[in-house]
Design a protein around this ligand. Structure first.
Ligand SMILES: Cc1ncc(COP(=O)(O)O)c(C=O)c1O
Length: 424
């Protein structure tokens, strides 16, 4: 067959397949316990309530909900979202909102708007793979910043150092991308101090901050911390934060509805970008969600979801304590929200290679290396705790712990014998 790559744009040739999706294909066997996907638990979806809301909007609006809508988004949904966000302390009007076909569309729109080929985005090491992919597809680069050992946000010393070096090397940096609430993949939640410090840094350097917050409401323990968007409003109110939200984790990802909160002039620019992407987000689904929100039940659904995830997270941590080898160089995060925890293994374990052994033992995870733009660390993995049942969590943890123990034993019995200082 004729090779078509020479006909493709540089952008298209630059696109990379998602490692996660490729690996997930291997895990599609029924007897595999998968901690790999990022799926919400289906038992959290309010099926009946959404069906009723859908019936009502068909009856109320008839053919109108089957028509094109405005690019900005449905006014009823926007009105609901203004009330919803205001109740959380955000000052906004409908002009500060753009409804998107979920957050992934926003993540694709931002590099499209901000990046010329070769430009840089500052982001975490590790960070959400879907954001990396979007940046790459516009030939952008990521300046990766490691997290502090306290797991409370960026290592700010490293941020300053790496930023300084990049500026000296004449790199063009356009914005900072962060997931401050229960990050995908690590589960890390930024402290108030770190959020303020990042804002101060962005004010000083004249950078925008993209705050991706799909897990913000999925806090099942601990005290909420203001969003960076909110902190900007409380501090200098410079409008430098672009806040991305979605119904994917608080309602159902199949709705494919999200929203961007930003200053009005930015929203207007995004509207133009979105026109070329999809004209408008599904009117039918927007109306259905607006109708559902008007019942006031979203709060209860989110509270129920948080309860379910709290139990699953606690159980998974209990199972990790019970089955994982006890070592100083094996650790995992203990998130207070979200869907994931991050497991770090001894340096000599390559989780990319170990993945195939794990699949043979019928358990799957996402390799940590997938979450790095460059120079990946290869001794970590992302574990999802929202999707599996309690039985699967116990059995899957047992299987995973066995695979890891075997790797450690093979290393220690190998020619180099015991762990050496450079392994740590
Ligand atoms: C950090 C982050 N941002 C964005 C998304 C995309 O979500 P959506 O379903 O709203 O497109 C995800 C999905 O898992 C995510 O983890």
């Amino acid at each position: 067959m004729q090779d078509f790559s020479k006909y493709l744009s540089a952008n298209a040739n630059n696109m990379k397949k998602s490692v996660i999706r490729e690996l997930l294909k291997l895990t599609n066997q029924p007897d595999i316990i998968s901690f790999a996907g990022g799926l919400p638990a289906p038992e959290t979806f309010p099926v009946e309530e959404l069906r009723e809301a859908s019936d009502r909007v068909f009856r109320k609006y008839g053919d109108k909900i089957l028509q094109y809508g405005t690019t900005e988004g449905d006014n009823d949904l926007k009105a609901q979202l203004v009330a919803y966000e205001s109740a959380q302390g955000i000052k906004l009007g409908p002009e500060n909102l753009l409804i998107t076909s979920a957050s992934q569309q926003a993540l694709d729109m931002l590099p499209k708007l901000f990046l010329d080929p070769g430009d840089y985005v500052i982001a975490g090491r590790p960070t959400y793979v879907g954001a990396i992919q979007a940046i790459q597809s516009y030939q952008g680069n990521v300046l990766g910043i490691p997290f502090s050992t306290a797991d409370d946000g960026f290592d700010m010393v490293e941020l300053e150092k790496r930023y300084e070096r990049a500026i000296s090397a004449k790199k063009r940096i356009k914005y900072i991308y962060v997931i401050p609430d229960f990050q995908n993949p690590s589960g890390i939640c930024w402290s108030l101090e770190k959020r303020k410090a990042l804002l101060e840094f962005a004010y000083r350097e004249g950078l925008f901050i993209v705050e991706d917050a799909p897990y913000r409401e999925i806090r099942f323990m601990g005290e909420p911390v203001p969003s960076i968007y909110q902190l900007d409003q409380q501090m200098q109110n410079r409008g430098i934060v672009i806040n991305l939200k979605t119904f994917s984790k608080i309602l159902a990802p199949g709705t494919r509805i999200g929203w961007i909160i930003a200053r009005e002039d930015l929203i207007q620019k995004m509207v133009i970008a979105k026109q070329a992407m999809d004209l408008c987000t599904s009117v039918l689904t927007q109306k259905m969600i607006a109708e559902f929100m008007a019942t006031g039940k979203l709060k209860d659904i989110v509270a129920r979801t948080c309860g379910i995830y709290r139990n699953k997270r606690n159980f998974m941590l209990e199972m990790f304590e019970k089955y994982m080898p006890k070592r100083f160089d094996l650790a995992w995060t203990k998130p207070e929200g979200g869907l994931f925890l991050w497991l770090s293994l001894p340096r000599y374990i390559d989780t990319d290679k170990m993945f195939y052994k794990a699949v043979e033992k019928k358990v799957a995870y996402v390799v940590g290396s997938a979450f790095y733009f460059d120079e990946p660390e290869t001794n970590s993995m992302r574990i999802n705790f929202s999707y599996s049942s309690f039985e699967q969590i116990e059995e899957g943890t047992k299987r995973l712990a066995n695979v890891i123990s075997e790797e450690i034993e093979a290393h220690e019995a190998g020619p180099r014998g015991q762990t050496s200082p450079e392994d740590i």
